[in-house]
Design a protein around this ligand. Structure first.
Ligand code: LLP
Length: 855
């Protein structure tokens, strides 16, 4: 168990350590505590070393001693002999100065006293508190090794230890007792001199000891619960990473996470000793467990990090193409200037490398010196300041297809370099430093939305930083009527018969009422294509909604249940002439979306008022297949044909009363509808006859856990602002999904399971699939799936949830962590109220799902 400087600086903190160590003892473990110096002491010792005046050094040593006396006072303890010895030594070192030992060795020994003293103090405290604790000198256990390219400074101040399991040490300690305390940060080299382990030294010591003793585990106790999916200071919604393998953790540590020094993981890898990061103040939190690779996980991006202050050095060969030895010449210069290279990109005549400031002492002098030497062998260009944005995850290359929306973000930026690590664990983009702060939270969110960061796997991804440490202003998780209030009803319905869609009307009404708070909107229509169940239509009519229909069938279904007063829109696309003729016999407001309709059927519309649906040239939405704008999509009249359309309208006495645009479905960006209103309004100004603007539907509902909800208040603000600029138009909307998605679930039962690939792939079969819910197959849509019969059991294994249809695409969910299922268990597929039943088919002649309404 390793504790850092702040954790050992006060009496309450030591009482905390006492409790934690005692709890491990109670589990039957023997405990070795590794401590840092009291906070501030290492710095004080360094300052003492820099002091040339002997008198001042002695003063400094006294002040340092006093810090320890004060803490002992608090603990009501006398100065223990071990500490008195250390203090005497320190006083002597202050007196002697560096002349006897040499500057570096003296400085190392002086600094080592920070840990020697804190551990002596801790041993006294724990022993006096009833936990007999043996003080162990770390230097008797950790031997530094000599490395090539090591100078005297790195040998003494940044040493490395080869830590192989040492049964003799284990035996020696076993004879001494059960609880031990030793120092982080220090070791001994072959000549017997005290050496330091450099940055992150105490964590590294803990790992060395973990490896030497082949410990059950190493626990790093610190002030945060572990590693997160992003730097929480930049991304407060970053999630705690609960399980990582050594390589992933090392990669995350090397690319930015500060909680653990990357080098403290390698000693643990071979002896397979796990490492656990825990929060000293919140020991109940799970923390981050780092261990040998755990295969039972779905491929996932684990973290996104950003390192600033990156310098790129681009080197163009001036000699011949593929000149032998070019790389050797170039890299020799980096070695000579003591600069360690991070990433490398190469072409036949160019090689570009990045230098990371955390590994290099980079100042303009160092760079200028490097550049001038390099100039002898190549043409040099230095690009700075840059930032490296890194995605980390095992099997990065197999996840590329999930990253398309994330990669699209880089389209607007200057990307200087892309590097894919040869261990297949990271993908790095080097961009201008200035863009990073804004970009990172956005990319993190996109990774979740794209399903690349699998936050649905709660075994891996813990709570967000915000939820753990934030101000408490966390939006509650999405309403789940089915998890809380109505579970028993659903289990009963599922036991009776499956497949069944169940719709919760109070949720429909709740969503409707939320949209009615949009003060800027003059008229709301429900896009009935999402779900045409009569009870839902009726409920929304009662809430005052109008209805948007795309076929005579939809119009008839609506007219059959809603009152005469409910406004109707008819918004067909590539429909036959008869549909329009028929719709004109109803009270529906008709929309046109092509020249053809007026050119060939002009007489049909003579004297009528219509809505014109426009294509604003771009589409948006949760999947390519639901984006309804641009030349690649069949919807709307392209704006460049507007004048021709208006001339034809004039010829046939048709009045354009409204303009309409719908760019796609599943949009979570509140700014979008403001842009559409603004664009339509400016076009309407040219037409003159327009009185209302219909800005479509498309309001998204987040599906992945952790994805942000659409902010309706923010949307209202956006709309009120644009409307203030064009107040003379009525504003209409026509959402579908937003009203019904969360109100519906699909119930289905487990039929059987199957293992493949030596049990690494497990299929869980249910009694319906793409015939009832095609969204996963068609759009790779993500629906939460739970085993309703075992909601309280631990989800232990990953399953591919599949249906009984004869298609490989008949998958409802991939890599879902679920409890061990049994035949007949009732499974629930969530957010199935929109585009579920309405898109189902009789394929394979399987029975269609029934629909049930819960009031
Ligand atoms: N208005 C028009 C003209 C539409 O075409 C649509 C949807 C909507 C409104 C309602 O969009 P919503 O608010 O529901 O996003 N089957 C896909 C969605 C296709 C949407 C088609 N048009 C899915 O399951 O995601």
């Amino acid at each position: 168990m390793k504790f850092g400087g702040t954790s050992v600086a006060t009496l309450p903190r030591w009482q905390n350590i006492l409790e934690l160590v005692a709890s491990r003892r109670a589990e039957g473990a023997r405990v070795l505590v590794v401590v840092s110096a009291l906070s501030g002491i290492t710095d004080a010792l360094k300052q003492m070393c820099a002091q040339e005046d002997k008198g001042k050094r002695i003063e400094a040593a006294k002040a340092i001693a006093q810090r320890h006396y004060d803490l002992l006072d608090h603990m009501q303890l006398a100065v223990p002999g071990t500490l008195a010895d250390r203090l005497a030594e320190l006083a002597q070192l202050a007196e002697d100065g560096p002349s006897l030992l040499g500057e570096l060795a003296w400085s190392a020994l002086v600094q080592a006293h920070g840990e020697l003293m804190s551990s002596a103090l801790g041993s006294a405290f724990l022993t006096h508190s009833g936990l007999p604790t043996q003080w162990v000198d770390a230097r008797d256990c950790l031997s530094a090794i000599a490395l090539p390219n090591q100078n005297e400074r790195t040998k003494l101040l940044s040493a490395m230890v080869e830590a192989k399991p040492d049964p003799a040490l284990n035996a020696r300690l076993a004879e001494l007792g059960e609880v031990f305390i030793t120092q982080g940060f220090i070791a001994r080299e072959s000549q017997g001199r005290t050496v330091l382990l450099g940055r992150g030294g105490s964590d590294t010591s803990a790992s060395y000891f973990g490896a030497l003793l082949k410990a059950q585990r190493v626990e790093i106790w610190t002030d945060v619960a572990g590693m997160f999916t992003a730097n929480p200071r930049q991304v407060p919604s970053a999630r705690l990473l609960q399980r990582l393998d050594y390589e992933e953790a090392q990669e995350i540590a090397s690319t930015g996470a500060k909680v653990l020094h990357p080098r403290c993981l390698s000693p643990l890898r071979e002896p397979r000793v796990p490492l656990l990061i825990k929060d000293t103040n919140r020991p109940e939190l799970e923390g981050t467990f780092i261990g040998p690779e755990v295969r039972e996980h779905a491929p996932s991006v684990k973290a996104i990090s950003a390192r600033k202050g990156i310098t790129l050095v681009s080197m163009e060969s001036v000699g011949m193409w593929q000149q032998v030895g070019f790389l050797a010449d170039v890299f020799a210069n980096f070695k000579q200037h003591g600069l360690s290279v991070d990433m490398i990109g190469s072409a036949e005549t160019n090689v570009t490398v990045s230098l990371d400031p955390t590994e290099n002492l980079l100042d303009s002098d160092a760079l200028a010196a490097l550049a001038s030497d390099l100039a002898k062998v190549c043409r040099v260009k230095v690009i700075a300041p840059c930032a490296a944005i890194t995605l980390v995850g095992r099997g990065m290359r197999s996840m590329l297809h999930t990253l398309s929306t994330v990669l699209a973000e880089f389209g607007q930026l200057r990307v200087h370099m892309i590097s894919q690590s040869s261990n297949n664990l990271n993908l790095t983009f080097v961009v201008d430093e200035s863009v990073v702060d804004e970009l990172l939270p956005h990319l993190h969110e996109l990774l979740i939305t794209a399903g690349a960061l699998r936050t649905d796997d709660s075994a891996l991804f813990g709570p967000s930083w915000q939820a753990l440490y934030g101000s408490g202003e966390v939006l509650p998780p999405a309403a789940s009527w089915w998890r809380d209030g109505r579970r028993a009803d659903l289990l009963k319905l599922g036991a009776e018969h499956t497949p069944r869609y169940v719709y919760h009307l109070p949720t429909v009404r709740q969503q409707a009422r939320e949209l009615k708070t949009l003060a800027a909107v003059d008229r709301l229509h429900y896009a009935v294509k999402a779900n045409t169940h009569p009870a839902i239509l009726k409920a929304l009519a009662e809430e005052g909604f109008g209805f948007e229909c795309v076929s005579p069938g939809e119009l008839k279904a609506v007219m059959a249940v809603v009152p005469e007063s409910a406004p109707l829109l008819f918004t067909p696309n590539f429909a036959p002439r008869e549909d329009y003729e028929w719709a004109l016999t109803t009270r529906a407001t008709l929309s046109l979306d092509s020249i053809y309709q007026l050119e060939h059927w002009g007489e049909v519309f003579r004297g009528r008022e219509v809505v014109l649906r426009l294509d604003l040239g771009r589409g948006l939405g949760h999947h390519e297949k639901v984006r309804t704008g641009g030349s690649g999509s069949k919807f709307g009249l392209p704006v460049e044909q507007l004048d021709a359309f208006l001339r034809l309208a004039d010829t046939h006495g048709v009045t354009v009363r409204g303009l309409h645009a719908h760019l796609g479905s599943g949009i979570l960006d509140d700014g979008h509808w403001g842009e559409v209103y603004g664009q339509l309004a400016s076009i309407a100004e040219r037409i003159g006859s327009v009185t209302f603007l219909d800005i479509g539907g498309g309001l998204g509902v987040p599906s992945h856990p952790g994805e942000a909800r659409l902010d309706i208040a923010a949307l209202d603000k956006v709309l009120r602002e644009v409307k203030a600029a064009y107040p003379h138009y009525q504003l209409w909307m026509e959402p579908g999904r937003y009203l019904v998605a969360e109100a519906g679930v699909l119930l289905t039962r487990v039929t059987q399971t199957k293992g493949k690939g030596n049990g690494t792939i497990r299929y869980l079969g249910v009694d319906t699939g793409m015939n009832s819910l095609i969204r996963p197959a068609l759009y790779e849509a993500w629906h939460e799936i739970v085993n309703l019969s075992r909601l309280d059991e631990e989800a232990t294994a990953l399953f591919q949830v599949v249906g009984p249809i004869c298609e490989s695409g008949d998958v409802l969910g991939t890599d879902r962590r679920l409890p061990e299922p049994q035949e007949g268990d009732v499974m629930l597929v969530a957010q199935a109220g929109a585009y579920g039943k309405v898109m189902s088919s009789p394929y394979n002649l399987r029975d269609e799902a029934e629909e049930i309404i819960l009031e």
